[in-house]
Design a protein around this ligand. Structure first.
Ligand code: SF4
Length: 343
């Protein structure tokens, strides 16, 4: 397998060039993309509109990367979590969330996370590696085709920092969006970042109307430094400046994710600071009650306190929604994914 190329790591144009190198017509690339991305086929032999000789030739240079769920858990609220084992033994998790008419898949982009935010399970065991384009796409394809779920929304909010794996994530998004591949509308895709400024700058050049969400969680440098080490490298003021540039360059409305943690970021001072930055960026705030992680000394707020926090933001003119963090009982909620399955 080492000398073979994983087709799912190639954009259509790249694959066409590869076919030219083996003296095959480029239109075959579109046929194969259709088999892989529209029908979820992972085996050349099943592509029965291709001549057998061509399929044999393909198999000498390429393979179709695939991942299968090692375990699958279902929450009492319907949320499903999948544990995937990668070819080198690394484990990642992907979550399928049901809300209203939507089926949203929460995609991982790295095995582990180097940013180790103090409230999040994903960085607790360190960073192992970036996921390839193929491994990113395979999470979606496996859930959609092997498990027959029709996904409507796609969020890059699983394990890892997507903009720290910008090259592979952006190429995966282009394949997701391409009509010749998955054909997913950009507005149904959201990428969430802890605040990697160079990534935000590159992201605005992607030229797609993908939603951008900032994991804010604190609106002062002092508190953000404590909760999110990334803030020491990319402080709040610079992050907000990068967000403003993103908006000026035609970006869609920004969303701030704010995980409310009891006694940590839920004071009146925190509200005042959050109002200031949300209004400055005209950003929408998604308020999420913290979901406890074993081994971390943070507590969930009371439901009524989340509502009070929301009301105070609304009274100050902030566009805010409380987001249910689903799948707590299977450790699938925001900040709980670790790539170690708790059953
Ligand atoms: S919140 Fe995001 S960036 Fe921070 S540790 Fe978790 S996965 Fe990494």
């Amino acid at each position: 397998m080492d000398s073979l190329k994983d087709l799912k790591n190639l954009a259509l144009e790249e694959f066409k060039q590869e076919l030219e190198k083996i003296s095959e017509p480029s239109y075959r690339a579109e046929q194969i993309f259709s088999w892989i991305y529209k029908k979820g086929i992972e085996d050349f032999d099943a592509m029965d509109n291709l001549p057998k000789s061509f399929r044999d030739k393909l198999a000498k240079s390429f393979y179709i990367g695939a991942i299968k769920p090692l375990k699958h858990l279902k929450s009492i609220d319907g949320t499903e979590k999948f544990l995937f084992e990668l070819s080198d033994g690394n484990l990642i998790e992907t979550v399928l969330i049901y809300a209203w008419q939507r089926k949203t898949v929460c995609i991982s982009t790295q095995a582990g996370c180097k940013f180790a935010c103090s409230f999040c399970a994903s960085g607790m065991n360190g960073f192992r590696r970036d996921l390839s384009i193929s491994e990113i796409l395979s999470q979606i394809l496996s859930i959609e085709h092997n498990l027959k779920h029709k996904i409507t929304n796609f969020v890059f909010m699983g394990i890892g920092e997507p903009l720290d794996n910008y090259e592979n994530v952006s190429k995966a998004i282009k394949i997701m969006n391409s009509k010749k591949a998955m054909g997913i509308a950009a507005r149904r895709i959201t990428i969430s970042t802890s605040g990697i400024i160079p990534g935000i700058e590159k992201f605005k050049e992607l030229g797609l109307q993908v939603n951008l969400s900032i994991s804010l969680h604190a609106a002062s440098n002092e508190l953000r430094d404590r909760l999110m080490s990334v803030n020491k490298k990319y402080p709040l003021e610079e992050l907000l400046g990068a967000c403003e540039d993103y908006m000026k360059n035609g970006g869609r409305m920004l969303t701030f994710e704010y995980i409310l943690i009891k006694g940590i970021n839920d004071s009146q001072k925190d509200i005042d600071e959050l109002v200031k930055v949300a209004k400055r960026l005209k950003a929408k705030v998604n308020l999420i009650a913290y979901s406890p992680v074993p081994g971390l000394d943070f507590q969930a707020p009371l439901e009524k306190d989340v509502k009070i926090f929301e009301d105070k933001l609304i009274k100050r003119g902030v566009n805010v929604t409380i987001r249910d963090s689903k799948g707590k009982d299977i450790m699938a909620a925001c900040g709980q994914l670790a790539g170690i399955f708790v059953s």
